[in-house]
Structure formats: C-alpha cells, structure tokens
Ligand binder design. Structure first.
Ligand SMILES: *Cc1c(COP(=O)(O)O)cnc(C)c1O
Length: 406
C-alpha cells in the first residue's frame, strides 16, 4: 500500500489569499463600477532593466549557432556570474566571499525551502513571527514542527517581532539549532543594525547553531549604516548561510534567478559532535537535485552588474522606494503607526483594530487592497502590510482615496 508523508496533513492551509480573493469578488459584484487598486502584491511591477533584456537576447542568439551553443552548464552556475556576484555584492563591501561559495539557482523560495534537507530531523528551529511562510511550511513537511495548535506549531520556537522590540526579536531564551532571519523584512519592512546582527552571530557561535539569512530585499537598503549582508559581521562565515535573489532587485520574479552563499568555513555537526562543512553537503544536494539555471537567464543576471545594469536597477528601486515613502508618510499623517518603507518596499501598519476589519474598511470605503497581517503569524494581528510595488499614479490615487475614506 502506498502511504503518504503524513506531515503534509499537518500543514495549515493558507486561507489568506483565497479569503482576500473572495472579499474582492464580493466587493466587485456589489460595486460593479468601482475600480480597485491593489497594494497587497509581493511582486514587482516594472519590466526587466533594458541591459538585462539585451543580454538575454544576445545569449539566445548564441544558443542558435553551433559554435556558441551551450548544453548543460555547471550546476552551481557559470563562473562569469559567480565571479561578478562575489566581487560586486560581497568583496566590494568588505565581505570576503569567494565565487565557489556561491550557488546560482532559480529562486530564493526554492533555496530557503530546500536547505532544511541537509539538517537533522530533530533540529530545533526558530522562526520569526510574523514570517515568510516558506520557512515554516517546508519544516512542517519534513516533520520538524509538531502539530498546529492555537495558531502555532508546538515544536517551533517563535521569534516575536513586535512594536515593543522595534520588530527585531529578542535572542531565544533556550538554545536552538537553526535560526531563520530575514532583513529587510517581509512582511514588516524592518531592518536590523550591525550591532543587533552581531548579537545573533554571537548567539549562533555560543550555541553551535546556524543562521539562515534571507536578504532578498538587500537592494532596498539605502542607509549606509544598515548591513546588506550578514557577512559584513565578523565571524558570520562560520555560522551563516545567506539567500539572495534577482527577483525583487532586478525584476526577475518571472525570469527566475537567485543565489545562495555557503561559505567554506560554515559548519554543522554530526551525531558524534564532529564538525562537518556545510558547503560540501549543499554542493552535493544542489548538484544532485538541480541542473542549473539557463544560460540566457544567467547572462541577463550578469548584466545587472554592468554599468548600465547598475544604473537601471538603482532607478527601479528608487521608484519603488519613492512609492513607499508616499505610503508611509500619508499613513503616518493619518495617525497610524508604521514601520518599514524606508529601506524596504513594505510598510507594516498598525490598523488599531483587527486586521480583517481594517482590510474590509480599506476595500469597502476606498477600494484599496492590502494584506492582513495575521496571515503572516499571530504577531501580525492588528496589522496590515501595504506594498510599494505598483505605479506611482496608482499609489497617489490610492492614498487620496484612503485619506478621504478614513
Ligand atoms: C520574494 C521573496 C523571496 C524571493 O523569492 P524568489 O524565489 O527568488 O523569487 C525570498 N524571500 C522572501 C522573504 C521574499 O519575499
């Protein structure tokens, strides 16, 4: 008899987006001539930078000719891209990451989801609350979380991000083995300082733990005091894996290219307590189950580091940050407590009532769609997330409507 992995039955179905869709449909049926503006989206809206499009076109032409055609590439990614990343994203910021510590992939979602496979099934896991759901659900599937009860998995350690701690959780009170952190944060938009991140690195060292650092939004950091990589912290190479993506940086959500950094010093332990290099485990896992990102896509990602590419990416991010500022200032002026939106595309807003009531107010009174915070965890209760991924005109109209309605 073929049996299933029963851990899948423990997954709490996410009603969030289905629920949002249902409410929108009802609103549109009741108000057929009212236009809605979506400020709930976690996806970019601007097209690919022209430098990337040009590079991709040229790479496709190379694939059309026998002299330059390419079959399978290296599973870890082409050297041209790994070298550019090491130089531009890390070495230039004082972090000594080498090209062979970088693994090119088709997404940070897959990488943050797949990485748990190389760790023990009894690993004690700490996750932020509110959280990007991938970290939790992939560990549920692997059987590390226990049952879901009263809004939480009983086997997880939750790192509460609240107004009281400025959305940077306290260090866990008891030892944990694996810690997920994400800065700039989705959904709160909060950023972490070097001092705060240094404490997490120290905690990981003291507890022989490992940090999984999701830096998918690092390109939105404009304040030079805020770290863009965990490897800007001394000693982090031993205790941290970092995830990056071209998705939010360069508009690759539909093109797919990302990378994971696993430094050679990064260590974990076998059942005898002997040190093992995580780099070789991940290399083995990655090259066994993944066959590389397509050549034209890696060429397009490489163009992000060209002079034109850098300028174009910067201007796209400036555009989103401009939207974020408008949203943050308007909501603040209307008397709402807001985080994020300064070095992040997300603004996390205390609605002063339950998330869904605030969502309904914005929808029914202003025709605006946001994301209810409680969809990201218990600590999201009472909050909504507004996203800056939209065009400026829509953002301005949306803010006018909210001002008139509330
Ligand atoms: C969007 C996002 C990613 C990027 O995922 P891709 O699979 O690379 O598109 C990773 N982490 C977080 C928190 C995100 O919001």
């Amino acid at each position: 008899m073929i049996k299933i992995n029963e851990n899948f039955l423990k997954l709490k179905s996410s009603y969030l987006f289905a629920d949002i869709a249902k409410r929108i449909e009802k609103f549109q049926n009741d108000n057929p001539d009212k236009e809605i503006i979506k400020l709930g989206i976690g996806d970019v809206t601007l097209p690919l930078p022209p430098a990337c499009v040009k590079a991709m076109h040229e790479a496709v032409d190379e694939m059309a000719i026998s002299g330059s055609f390419k079959g399978y590439g290296p599973e870890q990614g082409y050297a041209f891209l790994r070298e550019a990343i090491a130089r531009e994203d890390f070495q230039s910021r004082g972090a000594s990451i080498e090209p062979d510590e970088i693994f090119i992939s088709d997404g940070a979602k897959c990488d943050t989801g797949n990485i748990q496979e190389i760790f023990d099934s009894k690993t004690v896991i700490a996750v932020p609350d509110p959280v990007y759901p991938v970290y939790v659900d992939t560990n549920v599937m692997a059987g590390r979380t226990g049952e879901f009860q009263d809004g939480r998995y009983q086997g997880l350690v939750y790192l509460e991000s609240t107004r009281e701690n400025n959305f940077i959780p306290k260090l866990p009170e008891k030892p944990v083995d694996l810690i997920y952190l994400c800065y700039p944060n989705n959904p709160t938009g909060a950023t972490i300082t070097k001092d705060q991140l240094t404490q997490w690195v120290k905690f990981a060292k003291d507890n022989k733990a490992l940090i999984l650092y999701d830096a998918a939004y690092e390109a939105f950091v404009r304040d030079s005091e805020i770290p863009r990589s965990i490897y800007e912290i001394e000693g982090a190479k031993e205790v941290a894996i970092e995830f990056r993506s071209f998705s939010k940086t360069a508009g690759f959500t539909g093109t797919r290219c990302a990378f994971t950094v696993v430094p050679k010093e990064c260590r974990a332990y076998d059942s005898q307590g002997k040190e093992v290099h995580v780099h070789s485990l991940w290399n083995r896992r990655h090259s066994t189950k993944f066959n590389g990102v397509s050549y034209p896509v890696q060429k397009a990602a490489f163009a992000v580091y060209s002079p034109e590419g850098k300028t174009q990416v910067q201007s796209n991010i400036d555009y989103y940050l401009g939207n974020a500022r408008i949203i943050r200032e308007k909501m603040h002026d209307l008397g709402f407590d807001c985080t994020g939106g300064e070095n992040s595309p997300y603004i996390w807003i205390n609605g002063k009532k339950d998330s869904w009531s605030f969502f309904d107010d914005l929808l029914n009174k202003a025709g605006i769609i946001c994301t209810p915070g409680e969809g990201f965890g218990l600590c999201g209760k009472g909050y909504i997330r507004i996203s800056a991924f939209n065009n400026l005109e829509n953002v301005e109209r949306a803010m006018d409507r909210i001002e008139k309605a509330l």
